[in-house]
Design a protein around this ligand. Structure first.
Ligand code: FES
Length: 112
């Protein structure tokens, strides 16, 4: 699949241990910043019942879904602990403090 690298803003636009939402043709994307300044992106849909992961609590390299507290690994999108599932992950590249997301060519990201 062809990937387009889309600039979605500065690392500093995202609060530490927080997230912001980027809209795309395939649905909203949650872009997370961890305490150690790593950036991860997942589609903003919990694999359980579609909760908004962007509104979850970021801890370590995981996010806890705000609806029923499933814990999702930001590095893999996989659900941790006794629950099972996987959130769709998006490739991230950082260049000079700018965040770029690797999206399938048909998608269009816009600042959200
Ligand atoms: S929707 Fe995320 S834990 Fe239920």
């Amino acid at each position: 699949m062809k990937i387009d690298w889309i600039d979605v803003g500065d690392v500093d636009d995202i609060p530490i241990m927080g997230a912001r939402v980027v809209r795309s043709a395939d649905g909203d994307i949650a872009v997370f910043r961890t305490a150690d300044n790593s950036i991860f992106a997942l589609y903003d849909r919990c694999p359980h019942k579609g909760g908004p992961l962007s509104e979850g609590i970021v801890h370590g390299r995981s996010v806890t879904c705000p609806l029923h507290n499933w814990v999702i690994c930001l590095e893999t999108g996989e659900v941790e602990g006794p629950d099972h599932g996987c959130a769709a992950q998006i490739s991230v590249s950082i260049d000079g403090g700018r965040i770029r997301l690797g999206l399938p060519r048909a998608s269009r990201a816009a600042h959200g």
